[in-house]
Design a protein around this ligand. Structure first.
Ligand code: 5GP
Length: 192
């Protein structure tokens, strides 16, 4: 998606440790018009997949997932990373190691909100090593539901997550694929 690539080139900041900072428009301050266009693009890419639910993970996937859900006209289910007294007792859980925080946490989804009949589109902001997505796919599998696709805003294609996910055969679409990035030379995108 050219618009997202241009925005990353203009406003993204490459930080040490293979981290791309997009806090000015994507996951701290949020450009809602851009979100809406990303949601529309995800709809174009997955409209024939029979999506009944969008699953994301808190926090930075939520806004993008909600923008997409307006087009799919389906609910967004947000996997929780933090323990909360508000959560019901009957839950699916999976362990995920965070790329940016370098620690392992448990993601949780209430069983009631993920029936086996759901056809799930997973949406997240970044794909790095793929751990967050494998955790979410594991939860969908536990529920007996089906992951029909994965939509990512920014895939860092030089890291292994994309290959790991594509090897499962799941339909993965990334709106921007970063081929390489460095503090000195900025960001280069993969050709389609
Ligand atoms: P993975 O599980 O694929 O290794 O990492 C995905 C998660 O880590 C995403 O949900 C995202 O929040 C975070 N993440 C990974 N790489 C980056 C990055 O370069 N920049 C930002 N802002 N977040 C990242």
């Amino acid at each position: 998606m050219k618009l997202l690539e241009e925005r990353i080139r203009r406003d993204g900041v490459v930080a040490p440790g293979n981290v791309l900072k997009v806090g000015s428009f994507l996951n701290h301050q949020m450009d809602v018009e851009l979100y809406d266009l990303m949601g529309e693009e995800f709809y174009r890419l997955f409209k024939d997949s029979g999506v009944t639910k969008i699953l994301t993970i808190e926090a930075s996937g939520i806004g993008i997932a909600c923008a997409a859900a307006r087009y799919f006209k389906c609910p967004v289910l947000c996997a929780k990373k933090t323990e909360s007294l508000n959560l019901p007792e009957d839950v699916y859980t999976s362990k995920v190691t965070s790329f940016t925080k370098r620690k392992t946490y448990t993601v949780t989804v209430a069983k009631d909100y993920l029936p086996s009949t759901d056809k799930v589109l997973i949406i997240d902001d970044f794909l790095a090593l793929g751990n967050a997505l494998f955790g979410l796919m594991d939860i969908v599998k536990q529920a007996g539901a089906e992951t029909v696709g994965i939509g990512i805003a920014v895939e860092k294609a030089f890291q292994e997550g994309g290959d790991r996910i594509r090897a499962t055969g799941i339909h993965l679409e990334s709106l921007a694929r970063v081929q390489s990035m460095s503090v000195e030379n900025g960001v280069e995108f993969a050709e389609d």
